[in-house]
Design a binder for this molecule. Structure first.
Ligand SMILES: NC(=O)c1ccc[n+]([C@@H]2O[C@H](COP(=O)([O-])OP(=O)(O)OC[C@H]3O[C@@H](n4cnc5c(N)ncnc54)[C@H](O)[C@@H]3O)[C@@H](O)[C@H]2O)c1
Length: 500
């Protein structure tokens, strides 16, 4: 007897498991979906993560075209649930932007969005948008500095091969994934052309463009794609023209004009430079935050004063650390490209910036320990595990390193986050209802993510109803008036405020 073991994909939003499909053949579903949309142009979005899932509903609600949209993801344990959710009526992204649900429901109503795992979808595409991940593996942890890192292009190349194996010869491939500069020219183009040639197809007609997302998960998630400036380029003129024509159908380009750059190396560089600038800006503030603490200065007050000048508006504020998928890796993607795709030297400042930022949560922990030496068995309530306020995303959250430090100090840790029911990376359940957690009177409350809920007047009121405790604000979310109130009852420390 042959034993078969069913494999499952775990949906972290519902806490349920869905069995993986038995074969990767989903042709019948794709064909019958397209039969319902005769004559419509077909847009296929590769990757249904934080960017691709939202991009697919933006395309399904395009401004000047009525597209049939197919989202493709992988039928594996980590990702299949996204496909299933989209097809069964619940969107796989939780965010505070109401437009997400509206757009998703509109696409359900029109029936113009399908999710699948079958690469056959690429054969039907007029446009393929690449929104997959491209990861950097870092050789470091909270105990050690960044010793090295590696960019493994093989999953990305495999994804390009899947497109090349199936796409038609006139397709427009639009890469939105953040890639090392040089990737479209030196990696994507040869793969697509080799695949087309091996199928006896022309390599003269396809178009390859690059345009990067500035997706801002949170209250303006959809607008950050549809109502925002975009930079684009093509590997040749016809590719740039086709890319621009497509972008005009989904983005409000009247209000937010597009910027065309000379070639795809330039757009790829623009994306990683932009994120490296932000990462460096934060790393720079880390040492000034420490100086402020030593000098008895309130760094928030200082930054606010400096930001009055138009030339210094974007100076950053300190915090628990830098998280999320982009700022933690993009400077390294750039440095890797310089070394491996252009045979240059490291981008040393950018690498150093990442190293400094990766250590921020350790510093935030040390600051806590300065105030409370013995954390053993202390009940610590962490308010927020997401890397960013009002968003349900725990990838590379600095709270993870902070949590690890607390765990090593043998603290008794309790987690709360209104947007995260389950912390995938730590395999931990996260409480959603803060009321009973506050009633349980923790010894220490750490504001670890700046969610709006934690700064509301009703939340402050609940904090004031507690017995005296220690509140540690690592984000600086409280106003001076709120702090004044909290200090009447509790001991409060704010990271970066040397004057408290
Ligand atoms: N999250 C952001 O805020 C943000 C903002 C701007 C740009 N970006 C960039 O956009 C890209 C995507 O980021 P994300 O946050 O959506 O990542 P993500 O990890 O949430 O999603 C990527 C998805 O691609 C899927 N995928 C991987 N290989 C695939 C393949 N061969 N075929 C089909 N699907 C495949 C994965 O399963 C996953 O669901 C990255 O390059 C990222 O740097 C992200």
């Amino acid at each position: 007897m042959i034993e078969t073991t069913t494999r499952y994909s775990f949906n972290p939003l519902t806490g349920t498991e869905v069995p993986l499909p038995e074969t990767l053949d989903d042709k019948i579903a794709i064909d019958s979906f397209l039969e319902k949309h005769p004559g419509k142009k077909v847009v296929v979005v590769q990757g249904l993560g934080f960017v691709g899932a939202v991009m697919s509903i933006v395309c399904a609600n395009a401004l000047t075209e009525d597209y049939a949209v197919i989202g493709v993801d992988l039928a594996n344990e980590a990702n299949y649930w996204k496909i299933k959710s989209i097809n069964e009526g619940s969107f796989p992204i939780v965010a505070s932007d109401p437009k997400i649900e509206t757009y998703y429901q509109q696409s359900r109503h029109k029936g113009n969005l399908l999710a699948t795992y079958d690469a056959y979808a690429y054969s039907k595409a007029d446009v393929i948008i690449v929104d997959i991940n491209l990861d950097v593996a870092k050789d470091s942890n909270e105990m050690n500095d960044l010793a090295g890192y590696e960019v493994d292009l093989s999953p990305f190349k495999k994804a390009m091969q899947a497109i090349g194996t199936h796409c038609n010869e006139e397709v427009l491939i639009l890469v939105e994934t953040t890639v090392p500069p040089g990737t479209c020219q030196k990696v994507v183009k040869p793969i697509i052309e080799e695949s087309l040639s091996s199928r006896g197809l022309s390599t003269e007609k396809y178009k390859l463009g690059h345009s990067y997302e500035r997706v801002m998960p949170g209250p303006n998630y959809v607008d950050s794609i549809q109502n925002f400036y975009r930079v684009f380029a093509g590997i040749d003129d016809k590719s740039a023209v086709a890319t621009e024509k497509f972008l005009r159908t989904i983005i409000s380009t009247e209000k937010y004009p597009l910027t065309r750059l000379g070639n795809t190396n330039a757009t790829e560089m623009a994306k990683v430079l932009e994120n490296s600038f932000r990462a460096m800006n934060i790393a720079f503030m880390v040492e000034w935050t420490r100086f402020a603490e030593e000098a008895g200065v309130n760094i928030y007050e200082v930054v606010k004063a400096i930001r009055m000048r138009p030339t210094h508006k974007n100076i950053m504020l300190p915090g628990m650390g830098v998280g999320g998928y982009c700022l933690t890796k993009d400077p390294l993607l750039a440095s890797w490209s310089k070394q491996k795709l252009f045979e240059g030297a490291h981008l040393t400042q950018s690498e150093k910036g990442v190293t400094i930022n990766d250590k921020m949560p350790v510093y935030a922990f040390e600051y806590l320990r300065k105030n409370i030496e013995d954390l053993n068995d202390k009940k610590v309530l962490l308010l927020g595990v997401s890397y960013r306020q009002d968003v349900g995303d725990t990838r590379y959250t600095p709270v993870e390193i902070f949590y690890n430090c607390l765990e090593r100090a043998e603290a008794n840790i309790v987690l709360h986050d209104p947007h995260i029911p389950y912390w995938e990376e730590k395999k931990l359940k996260v409480a959603q209802d803060h009321k009973h957690l506050l009633k349980e009177q923790p010894d220490i409350i750490v504001i670890s993510t700046g969610h709006s809920d934690y700064k509301s007047d009703s939340f402050i009121k609940e904090l004031l109803e507690m017995e005296k405790t220690f509140i540690y604000d690592t984000i600086g979310i409280y106003t001076d008036i709120q702090l004044e109130k909290l200090l009447t009852k509790h001991q409060v420390k704010v990271l970066g405020r040397g004057d408290m």
